[in-house]
Design a protein around this ligand. Structure first.
Ligand SMILES: [Zn+2]
Length: 266
């Protein structure tokens, strides 16, 4: 059982679906569904579900933010990010501990290589992605006067699989400025640049909706939904080499944008 309906209408994250409070709903992890399929092949299956949902009052949480200050325009910001909270089962290793690690590694790699970006590289570990997006909404509200100073917003929230490239929501001019950067990522194999009509990450959506160029890492997600939002989302599902490839992809794209002579065009 992954999650069941509480006393209020429940919105299923990432899907846009919501269940009215009057209809009980539950979800099974892939392993449990496989077990039921196996048993069903042998005859009639009876299932006893114990649903124990509660909707507790909101508590205070915090986005965690760290700046690697820009050398020329520290007031201009390139966001690299993942989300800090996770589903209530498992440990959230692939959703989205990996994304936080990838964003932190980008800043750490620049430090280690003694690369100082022209604009500030801001690492954000967003709070409350899974339960309504309170963290990114609060950020957009708090920083409303500085939205124009955000050059780009990058997020990793599709696991820790091999990075194939980036999905982007930005102007054709910005795409053209970014394309040469992909050559640097040829050895990693992260060369896809795919336009999307929606924000390429849920936490960067308020920034992207306000016109900030948005970028999401496209991970190889073939195994992602085997573990996503289940008790099986644990650290052993993260391949260290693929995690390093993601850190490289995030560092290259983040640094490239934060070091351009002119901010990425809108
Ligand atoms: Zn996530």
């Amino acid at each position: 059982l992954i999650r069941s309906v509480g006393s209020a209408d429940y919105r299923l994250p990432h899907t846009g679906f919501s269940y009215p409070a009057s209809v009980p709903a539950a979800a099974l992890a892939a392993e449990d569904a496989d077990l039921i399929e196996h048993l069903a092949a042998q005859g009639r299956v009876r299932l006893h579900l114990t649903l124990t949902p509660q909707t507790l009052p909101d508590a205070t949480g915090y986005n965690v933010v760290a700046d690697l200050k820009g050398s020329e325009h520290p007031e201009q910001i390139v966001v690299v990010s993942g989300h800090l909270d996770s589903w209530d089962l498992g440990r959230g290793a692939i959703d989205d501990g990996a994304g936080v690690a990838i964003a932190m590694s980008a800043a750490e790699l620049l430090q280690r290589l003694h690369l100082r970006p022209r604009y500030t590289l801001r690492v954000i570990a967003w709070m409350d992605e899974e339960n309504g997006g309170g963290g990114h909404d609060a950020y957009a509200k708090t920083h409303v006067a500085e939205i124009a100073a955000h050059i780009a917003a990058i997020e990793s929230d599709a696991g820790a699989g091999h990075p194939l490239g980036f999905s982007v929501k930005m102007s054709p001019k910005a795409v053209a400025a970014l394309r040469p950067v992909l050559d640097v990522l040829q050895p990693v194999g992260s060369t896809v640049l795919r336009n999307t009509s929606v924000s390429p990450g849920s936490d960067i959506e308020p920034l992207v909706d306000a016109g900030v160029p948005g970028i999401g890492i496209i991970q190889d997600s073939r195994r992602y939904f085997d573990y996503h939002h289940t008790a099986a989302d644990t650290l052993d599902k993260v391949d260290p080499q693929q995690l390093r490839e993601n850190a490289a992809a995030m560092a290259v794209i983040g640094y490239a944008i934060a070091a351009m002579p002119e901010p990425l065009p809108r």
